[in-house]
Design a protein around this ligand. Sequence first.
Ligand code: NI
Length: 169
Amino acid sequence: MALRKVTIEGDEVLRKKCKEITNINDRIKLLADDMIETMKKESGVGLAAPQVGVLRRMFVAEPEPGELYIMINPVITEEEGTQESTEGCLSVPGFIGLVDRPMSVKLEAQDIDGVKHNYEFTGFHAVVMCHELDHLNGILYVDRSKQTMTEEEYEDSLLETDVNEEVDI
Ligand code: NI
């Protein structure tokens, strides 16, 4: 396993649509391992393949410590409700944004063995999955954000309002 370099906004690899993974070979398995290691090292709760420069439909996520997902060819099949999330992104360092996301989603994806699973996520878990899936379509949270601010501005705003703590997804 090895750490991979995280791509930063401005790199065009973050703006392209990723291709399906048709063969979960050793290279893809190594990529998944590296992405998990990189996500943990960077203290993120999610990391998508284009964030390490690979245009394939895969992301890893750990919305709760120890609750790890490898999502291959993920598709959101249903969305319900709305919530306002406070999001950061390892590829957009130093900024925080307020984004409207579904309150819950149904998601279908293959695991690292190619087995298809159907998931249901709500709340913060749903935010993480939507944010990561957007990366596979070349979309960053700043494209959807109603308000984007620097971390300093965000911390100042916390003194005045009661907002959730930010995380990098
Ligand atoms: Ni991100």
